[in-house]
Design a protein around this ligand. Structure first.
Ligand code: PMP
Ligand code: GLN
Length: 383
């Protein structure tokens, strides 16, 4: 029905992963790890299946996972949640976003403010919900929003300010000023903050700061995350929404008509993951940081201008120094020319602003070291 551009095309990730499979190229396009996550988590899923956790779970989620999410928010961020009321399990962050936006949007006069470029499902779901997308640009190379442009975008028509921090596709982590301004504007215009924090444990410098922890934020903020990135289980699709119970309840009211419930045996397994010791979480961030540096050095040596992400799976480069004028065309020829797949940033922007991102390309760093090294050596032949 509706792609980000109103078309029926498959998503950019489906298109580019199919291209990788078809050409045998290294897939640095779609963001998924090529190694399994922690054995404790995998074993817990096997044990749950063996112990008969195979039928419909409760609508809000299995109590053990609700409790583990609440414990996690307390342990990492000092947030106090009532697990029975302030948490909802969803089919990944994707369903959490869809159910949340469908629940909060009343009609075509509602606006959703989104930072652009944006994860592709945002524009599609805002279109499905029948609201208006209003974007605030993030510009190369640091991808922090301009606070005046943010202020101009938020008005009394704004129903939701949708934040993604750490950010896909740019890898930006928003500055404290940006977070504080989002909260101030949401209060001034009575908007709800929806914050997608799926990369919360993949930050390279400072610890992650959820917007919900800021003064004045909790009552109007729904925080979304999922286990896919943190535990390298992107195919399990266990996500969650946390926030004040009145807001979580309206999301549950929509979720029950989308998937009803999801992922029974994976829920206790993700609960196990959320309770792993701190070394696990420090370890995944440190490992990915080293991969970011390895990938960044390879891309730089290949002749790209390289931005330095503060978090997430991704690194954005400018391909203009290699003669590119159209990132989409560049990414379509890259598998044949270099045996590597990447994603053009134009897949994450509105048509009106595509020109500003015309030569920018996203590479995923969440692959084994030898795969990143091989990709770097292939890209070295591009010039
Ligand atoms: N939000 C962002 C920013 C993402 O990058 C992704 C996945 N890649 C999702 C949401 C979707 O997460 P899930 O797989 O848990 O649905
Ligand atoms: N989130 C991943 C990415 O940005 C993949 C998501 C998807 O395939 N829909 O690459």
């Amino acid at each position: 029905l509706i792609g980000a551009d109103g078309s029926t095309r498959p998503t950019i990730f489906a298109e580019m992963s199919a291209l990788a499979a078809h050409t045998g190229a290294i897939n640095l396009g779609q963001g998924f790890p090529d190694e399994d996550g922690p054995s404790e988590v995998l074993d817990a899923a096997r044990a749950a299946i063996a112990h008969g956790v195979n039928q419909y779970p409760p609508g809000r989620g299995i109590p053990d996972l609700l409790a583990a999410v609440a414990e996690h928010q307390e342990r990492f961020y000092g947030l106090h949640l009532d697990p029975a009321r302030d948490v909802l399990v969803t089919a990944g962050a994707t369903e959490a976003l869809a159910a949340t936006l469908l629940a909060l949007i009343d009609g075509p006069d509602d606006e959703v403010v989104v930072f652009e470029p944006y994860y592709d499902s945002y524009a599609a779901v805002i279109a499905l919900a029948g609201a208006r997308l209003v974007t605030v640009p993030l510009r190369w190379p640091d991808f922090q929003p301009d606070l005046d442009e943010l202020r101009d975008a938020v008005t009394d028509r704004t129903r939701v300010i949708l934040v993604n921090d750490p950010h896909n596709p740019t890898g930006a982590v928003f500055s404290p000023d940006v977070r504080a301004e989002v909260v101030r504007l949401a209060n001034a215009h009575d908007a709800i903050i929806v914050t997608d924090e799926v990369y919360e444990h993949l930050v390279f410098d400072e610890p992650h700061v959820p917007i919900a922890t800021l003064p004045g934020a909790w009552d109007r903020t729904l925080t979304i995350s999922s286990g896919g990135k943190t535990f390298s289980t992107t195919g399990w699709k266990i996500g969650w929404v946390c926030g004040p119970s009145d807001l979580v309840d309206v999301v549950l009211a929509v979720k029950q008509w989308l998937t009803y419930v999801n992922g029974a045996p994976f829920q206790p397994a993700i609960a196990t993951g959320l309770r792993l010791p701190g070394e696990y979480f420090d370890g995944i961030a440190a490992t990915l940081r080293a991969k970011r540096d390895l990938l960044g050095a390879g891309l730089s040596a290949a002749g790209f201008d390289v931005s330095v992400p503060a978090g997430s799976y991704f690194t954005v480069v400018d391909a203009a120094p290699l003669g590119a004028t159209d990132a989409a065309a560049f990414c379509r020829m890259l598998p044949a020319r270099a045996g590597v797949v990447a994603i053009p940033l134009t897949a994450f922007v509105t048509p009106a602003r595509a020109g500003d991102y015309a030569t920018l390309v996203r590479f995923a760093a969440c692959k084994r070291v030898e795969v990143l090294e091989e990709a770097a050596s292939r890209l070295a032949d591009l010039r």
